[in-house]
Design a protein around this ligand. Structure first.
Ligand code: IPE
Ligand code: IPE
Ligand code: MG
Ligand code: MG
Length: 295
């Protein structure tokens, strides 16, 4: 087993530890709100995005301690996106990570406010973080992360996703939605460490290509897991896409095509990392985890 793979359980513990601290330090003015925030974050997420940021920092030979606040912030942003994604006005799902979704447990109003608060906490954390580089690099990093979840990123993709129901989109249009709704935040995790260190052009564009391929592969794999799994194992509904006739890759193009596309994107992702030589192994490991995961 590679040394990064061996360290994964430890990294996951570290991420969970920091998430817990950050949540416990946030204002306790409303008990219901704080409980909903904690419930949505501390309930068994795989922590793929923060782990990806650590893997990218390692590939760039950056101290992982420096990127922790940003990795944590990205996980908070991911949790906020999931609360919204599950709401009745969006995917209307009642199960996430094997438990009732936040709005089922706490009601829609508290769930919405918990998502708002997680977003705000993420930005507070990033603004307050000690940064080893210039303040302007820190601002650029925060701005890049903000962009990845807004109308040019996750929110834009989620809007197109909702609009795609009952439509027969072509593969490129589906991949564009995936790139925005899921890929952009994953890309932000991978590119985040580039704000900590000057990286030559070749390596930067290698990371960019890697992040683009793996971002889309992540979402097709997510859809495959839903199409092939059972709710008990995957901890979420297996009818979510089908019942709403979503423009999901397996629904539109079949399981085999979807699997082929994931493999193909994985190969392109790994090929883009050649310029990093051996130091790309942490990112390669994460790419493999993403495409082979069953949850
Ligand atoms: C699920 O993401 C939602 C998507 C963006 C596809 P994850 O599979 O990373 O979810 P958790 O955090 O591990 O539950
Ligand atoms: C989730 O996509 C994307 C975001 C939360 C931004 P899906 O709706 O396909 O993910 P799951 O299957 O509910 O986790
Ligand atoms: Mg959705
Ligand atoms: Mg969903």
């Amino acid at each position: 087993m590679s040394s990064f793979k061996k360290q994964i359980p430890e990294f996951k513990k570290l991420i969970d530890y920091h998430l817990k601290i950050v949540l416990s330090e946030s204002d306790q003015s409303s008990e219901a709100l704080c409980q909903a925030m904690g419930y949505s974050v501390m309930n068994g997420g795989k922590r793929i995005r923060p782990m990806m940021m650590l893997a990218s920092a390692i590939a760039m030979d950056i101290d992982t301690k420096d990127v922790i606040p940003f990795a944590i912030a990205i996980e908070l942003l991911h949790s906020f996106s999931l609360i919204h994604d599950d709401l009745p006005c969006m995917d209307d799902d009642s199960l996430r990570r094997g438990q009732p979704t936040t709005h089922i447990k706490f009601g829609e109003a508290t769930a919405t406010l918990a998502a708002d608060s997680l977003q705000s906490l993420a930005f507070e954390l990033m603004a307050k973080a000690e940064f080893p580089e210039s303040k302007s690099s820190q601002l650029e990093l925060i701005s890049m992360i903000a962009n990845s979840i807004g109308s040019e990123g996750m929110a834009g993709g989620q809007s197109l996703d909702l609009d795609s129901e009952n439509k027969k989109l072509d593969p490129l249009s589906v991949e564009n939605i995936y790139m925005l709704k899921t890929g952009k935040l994953l890309q932000a995790s991978i590119l985040g460490p580039t704000y900590f260190k000057d990286l030559d052009e070749e390596k930067f564009s290698a990371l960019q290509s890697f992040s683009e391929s793996i971002g889309v592969a992540f979402q097709i794999q997510d859809d495959l897991i839903e199409a092939e799994g059972d709710a008990n194992t995957i901890g979420k509904s297996v009818e979510s896409d089908k019942s709403k006739n979503k423009a999901a890759y397996p629904i539109l193009f079949g399981i085999n095509e979807s699997r082929k596309r994931v493999d193909n994107l994985y190969e392109s992702a790994c090929a883009s990392l050649k310029v990093f030589g051996k130091s790309s192994s942490s990112l390669m490991d994460m790419a493999e985890i993403i495409i082979h995961r069953k949850l």
